[in-house]
Unconditional design. Structure first.
Length: 67
């Protein structure tokens, strides 16, 4: 099972990880981070296949994928 974590305070909510996820389990949060952005979050961790597409797409390197 894979685990995806985001450094939410550094996420600028660009949404590239949302479109990159083949399982469609990443979305932008309704809450805001300390910089006023809606950070990305995983809505169904159990469905993650650990492909790391989200992490490879992130321009700010805020995503960690553990297998």
């Amino acid at each position: 099972m894979a685990k995806v974590t985001f450094n939410e305070d550094k996420c600028k909510g660009c949404g590239l990880c949302v479109t990159a996820c083949p399982k469609k389990i990443v979305s932008l949060s309704k809450r805001m981070n300390s910089k006023g952005y809606h950070p990305a979050e995983v809505v169904n961790q159990d469905a993650c296949i650990g492909c790391a597409s989200c992490a490879m797409m992130c321009p700010d390197v805020v995503i960690t994928v553990e297998r």
